[in-house]
Design a protein around this ligand. Structure first.
Ligand code: HEC
Length: 146
């Protein structure tokens, strides 16, 4: 009887551990697989976006033109993807983490990994500050509102 109880409890413990770990794994996988839930990997965990800030967007546009246009165009793909509609296919956090942390993103984030496999060129870290990346995000938002 003692043995059977022991086996039962061991089985129960294994079942509990297994179900907990598989739950959390599937939750993570879902979040990463749905691009509008995936926040990416990097310093930005939460961004609040409200009414469009035109001044910030203008700052972002000039940062974009000086630091990003070597590889990106808005309308057509270049070294990297066209950035039209980027705020409709990615979360604000993902976009900022891609700008601030492209190397880790293309190594670990499933969407960024796929992009690297497609474009075959690594996105360069342009060493923007978090405020500058936020301004570029505002420029993308203003572009996508048009
Ligand atoms: C050296 C070229 C290069 C530079 C400079 C560069 N990028 Fe990229 N970017 C890429 C490539 C290539 C990709 C696709 C991922 C990869 O291959 O690493 C990419 C991907 C992206 C993505 C994801 C696009 C999507 O469709 O999801 C965003 C957003 C982005 N870049 C923004 C920027 C911004 C903003 C700057 C300027 C601060 C910048 N990039 C500078 C090459 C570059």
């Amino acid at each position: 009887m003692k043995n059977i109880c022991g086996l039962f409890f061991a089985g129960l413990i294994i079942a509990v551990i297994y179900s907990c770990s598989s739950d959390s794994n599937s939750a993570t996988t879902d979040a990463l697989a749905d691009p509008m839930k995936n926040r990416g990997i990097g310093p930005v965990s939460s961004v609040s976006t409200g009414t469009l800030d035109h001044t910030l967007a203008a700052t972002g546009k000039s940062i974009f033109e000086s630091k990003c246009t070597a590889c990106h165009k808005i309308e057509v793909k270049h070294v990297g993807p066209a950035l039209n509609g980027v705020t409709e296919r990615r979360t604000p956090e993902w976009i900022m983490n891609m700008i601030l942390n492209p190397t880790e993103m293309t190594q670990k984030d499933p969407i960024a990994k796929d992009l690297l496999a497609t474009y075959m060129a690594p996105m360069a870290n342009q060493n923007l500050t978090q405020d500058e990346a936020r301004a570029v995000l505002e420029f993308f938002r203003s572009n996508d509102n048009n």
